[in-house]
Ligand binder design. Structure first.
Ligand code: FMN
Length: 179
């Protein structure tokens, strides 16, 4: 099984959690890591579409690793979908490149798990916040795994960070179809 991890963080110099999780992915067997900002900065139009498509085609499971900022995807992750998931490749006539592959979202959030519950202030669950990715996955025929969300991840360190790293490492090695 081959896994591609697409990482996006708009402020890498301020990141602890996503940076640590990216390092876990880089140490994992059969995992390829592509960090969008490392490759393209914040340039929404700079994607090497062919390279991104070849990397995605080679994977059985595609993991998207990013922080929740204003209850949304990062700008570069949205731009990735716009540029890379093209008509005739991901959807439309002959567009079956990602069909039946798994999508696994791994996100970090500053707020508590309670915030994302029905009694929480935002009145939206994490599943609801992640709807654009879920809908996109189903639209192009991917399998959508249960997202892995790490709450209260702002400035995570020590044992808390170790726990995140451990759970992420486990998720990366889970067999296809098991998540
Ligand atoms: C601009 C900005 C917006 C944020 N918005 C949210 C948010 O909408 N919901 C939330 O739970 N956390 C929010 N946070 C907290 C981040 O999600 C959290 O700090 C991050 O996931 C931790 O990972 P990192 O150390 O890699 O940055 C925000 C942080 C920043 C900088």
């Amino acid at each position: 099984m081959k896994t591609l991890v697409i990482v996006s963080h708009p402020y890498p110099e301020q990141s602890t959690a996503i940076k640590a999780l990216q390092a876990v992915a880089e140490r994992s067997a059969n995992v390829t890591v592509r960090n969008l900002e490392s490759l393209y900065g914040s340039d929404l139009a700079a994607f090497d579409v062919t390279a991104e498509q070849r990397a995605a085609e080679a994977a059985d499971r595609i993991v998207f690793l990013f922080p929740i900022h204003w209850f949304n995807l990062t700008p570069m992750l949205k731009a990735y979908l716009n540029a890379v998931w093209s008509y005739g490749w991901a959807f439309g006539p002959g567009g079956t490149a990602l069909k039946n592959k798994e999508m696994q979202l791994v996100v970090t959030a500053g707020a508590t798990e309670f915030t994302y519950s029905s009694e929480g202030v935002i009145q939206s669950s994490m599943d609801e916040v992640l709807t654009p990715m879920k809908a996109s996955a189903y639209y192009i025929g991917m399998q959508y795994n249960q997202p892995l969300a790490f709450y209260e991840a702002m400035g995570a360190s020590g044992a808390t960070l170790n726990e995140l790293e451990h759970r992420f490492a486990e998720r990366l090695q889970a067999p296809l179809g098991s998540l």
